[in-house]
Ligand binder design. Structure first.
Ligand code: ATP
Length: 199
């Protein structure tokens, strides 16, 4: 699996449509301070399902939408698409090319798509579990991430290792199962109460 292309419009400083091709080998993005280099990695993370706006250097959810400049009005919508070459089948879909899209409107409404089919955020997270490219994976290391890892608490550091080792998927499934078991226990209790009342 390889990230081949990024397409975006209305995301942070990129008011107009931007298309970036990532060829084989190393791609270096250079530019003056404040020109938007880090906004590109923010766009990648955001499209991969990052929900914590602080990890995208913002405060409010709509901070990812172009907020206007002296000669351009603010955008009402931001969209980022990541195009992956999946010819090695690492992503569990039977497509050679996989396109993941995230869109947000200033109203706060969010949309997610996999190959142009609407999906849930959870589906995006699950698609990238154990591929090394999830939102929490170490494939995107931001400027403060190294300090953050070094200064993290032991349990936070363990979470990093678990993601890299591919255990996160099972932890998430375990949490879901425990929640379902608790709900079922509650339901059984209610049914037992009702039965007792009827007897
Ligand atoms: P440096 O080299 O200093 O790290 P950089 O090239 O990585 O800089 P970024 O941090 O990606 O630059 O971009 C910062 C710029 O993005 C700032 O000029 C900021 O005003 C602009 N920006 C961030 N969010 C938005 C937004 N929602 N709308 C418009 N511009 C934005």
């Amino acid at each position: 699996m390889q990230l081949r292309k990024l397409e975006s419009y209305g995301f942070k400083s990129f008011a107009d449509k931007v298309e970036l091709d990532f060829d084989m080998g190393v791609t270096a993005i250079v530019g003056p301070n404040g020109s938007g280099k880090s906004n590109i990695t923010d766009a990648i993370r955001w499209a991969l399902g990052e929900q914590n706006i602080r990890n995208l250097r913002g405060v409010k959810t709509e901070d990812v939408i172009f907020s206007g400049s002296s000669n351009k009005r603010a955008s009402g919508v931001a969209e980022v698409s990541l195009i992956f070459d999946n010819s090695d089948g690492v992503l569990p879909l039977e497509y050679q090319e996989v396109v993941v899209t995230r869109r947000i409107f200033r109203s706060g409404e969010s949309e997610f798509y996999i190959n142009k089919v609407a999906c849930r955020l959870k589906d995006i997270h699950q698609l990238f579990f154990d591929t090394g490219l999830g939102k929490d994976a170490m494939s995107v290391i931001s400027q403060n991430k190294v300090d953050q890892i070094l200064n993290s608490r032991p349990e936070e550091r363990r979470a990093f290792f678990e993601e890299v080792a591919g255990i996160t998927k099972y932890r998430t499934r375990q949490k879901d199962s425990i929640r379902k078991l608790t709900d079922t226990e509650q339901n059984i209790l209610r049914v037992t109460d009702i039965l007792n009342e009827l007897e």
